[in-house]
Write a protein that binds this ligand. Sequence first.
Ligand code: NAD
Length: 347
Amino acid sequence: MKIFQQMSSFGHEQVAFAQETASGYLGIIAIHSTALGPAVGGTRLLDYHDEAEALLDVLRLSRAMTYKSALAGVPFGGGKAVIIGDNRTSERERIFRAHGRFVETFGGRFITGEDVGTSTADLQYIHLETKHVAYGPSIRVGDSSPWTARGVFRGIQAAAKHRWGADDLSGKTIALQGCGQVGYRLAQELYQAGAKLIVTDTDPEKVQRVVTKCTAVAVDPASIYDAEADIFAPCALGSILNEQTIPRLRVEIVAGAANNQLLAEEHGVALAARGILYAPDYAINSGGVISGGVDLLGWEIEEGLRRVEAIYDTLLAVFARAQDSGIPPQQAADALAEERLLKSKAG
Ligand code: NAD
């Protein structure tokens, strides 16, 4: 593994590794940038195939956090943590306390929270070892998924406005991948807006909940890419937009909550070449990081909610720039985020 080469290609400040043999804890914390503030990013617990996959994931996710906060106007830098391990572990307390001690070594340059595979109970264990975690009495929002879902809903409306000239989603069909914390709430927002839903999840109970509450049609996980719909909303895991899936899509817009949806930069180009409008993931899913402004910076709830609603305008600006410059929206979002970072460094 050429770690320094990978770090410089992503532009990282620091990557640190920690292990604890007794509990089997294996953790990586990546700090992409602290230019705008302390690096903020969740902790992901996943059974990665190998260390190289875990490292690539944490590098990509932490850079996206820098861009996400920069675009959302939240004074946070970008970081992320991954723990390599099986989510069914019975060693949860020992693993997350070991992780808390690792987070503490950063002395506040890195602040963590929930992510895929971790829950509030895990944050409680981390909190026993460090205060640099989104947990405790000062936390007013806590579960960020309703904020993320609302932001994604507003981003979908912006994509509809750019694509079809109106942001009304009534009668539109949305193929939703992942009916978890964000997907479920997004489904409810879309249903209330009059959209028709085609949904999938690898967990049948989660599918059933959306089918019942939102009169959705369920399809099996492998078929969601073939669903005939207006919009595809990926709300499960990343890298699902790739050479296998993009040719199968029968939608005009891809807009959802999942992080790192594009397997690689070139897949953003491939979507644009097929005439599919892509809402860049870190631009549309910043509701969670905005809730961090309330929990970690003391913003008023109303101020946070106002900024979540403004994801609509950010997305419209990204799409306009992409159109004017003849580039895919992902590149336009990167350019906007990098400009904000440069401005902050200059100022
Ligand atoms: P979650 O774990 O609650 O939900 C993910 C769902 O996807 C689960 O129900 C899981 O069963 C399902 N799933 C996994 N693999 C699948 C597959 N192959 N096909 C269909 N379904 C599959 O997570 P979440 O909090 O809802 O987050 C969803 C996505 O949004 C993640 O990528 C996360 O990183 C991203 N995100 C979440 C937040 C937040 O505030 N929770 C913020 C920003 C981004």
